[in-house]
Design a protein around this ligand. Structure first.
Ligand SMILES: Nc1nc2c([nH]c(=O)n2[C@H]2C[C@H](O)[C@@H](COP(=O)(O)OP(=O)(O)OP(=O)(O)O)O2)c(=O)[nH]1
Length: 130
């Protein structure tokens, strides 16, 4: 069974939050959805909340699962949930060096990591991006 990585599709005022990875070197510069690996015994939603707190310094409420899942190599798989910010302003505290709010017109203006291209396409089908 592959390990699950959860990604948060944080949408505010019709814009999706993208985050540029700063590490490891093989992924640095690629854009992704904030998130990370679900820990043993942890639910996917709890992992999503924890990762957004650690990486961005925000509290989120998870919403609907975005249909689909995207393999990240042989042992990891990405699942994505919509999310709304409850408190805080996202900052690149950990794992990222830049954040950007992306609307429908510039959704693919950043170099997403490969698995995120179909994932973000699925997000755009579900969320009402401006
Ligand atoms: N969080 C996240 N990771 C992604 C996305 N797309 C993608 O290919 N990945 C990859 C990058 C990493 O190899 C892996 C996630 O691992 P991570 O390093 O963010 O997870 P973590 O914070 O739990 O890390 P660690 O403590 O195990 O190092 O999935 C995405 O949209 N969000």
């Amino acid at each position: 069974m592959p390990q699950i990585v959860v990604g948060a599709a944080i949408v505010r005022r019709g814009m999706l939050l993208g985050a540029r990875r700063s590490a490891p070197a093989t992924l640095a510069g690629g854009w992704e959805l904030p998130g990370g690996k679900v820990e043993p015994g942890e639910s996917e939603l709890a992992a999503l909340v924890r990762e957004c707190r650690e990486e961005l310094g925000i509290e989120i409420t998870p919403g609907a699962r975005v249909p689909g899942e995207w393999p990240l190599g042989p042992s990891l798989v990405l699942r994505v949930y919509l999310a709304e910010i409850v408190t805080g302003e996202p900052a690149p505290l950990e794992d990222h060096d830049e954040l950007r709010w992306l609307g429908a017109a510039d959704l693919f203006a950043v170099p997403w990591l490969p698995a995120d291209v179909p994932a973000v396409t699925a997000v755009s089908a579900l969320a009402n991006l401006a």
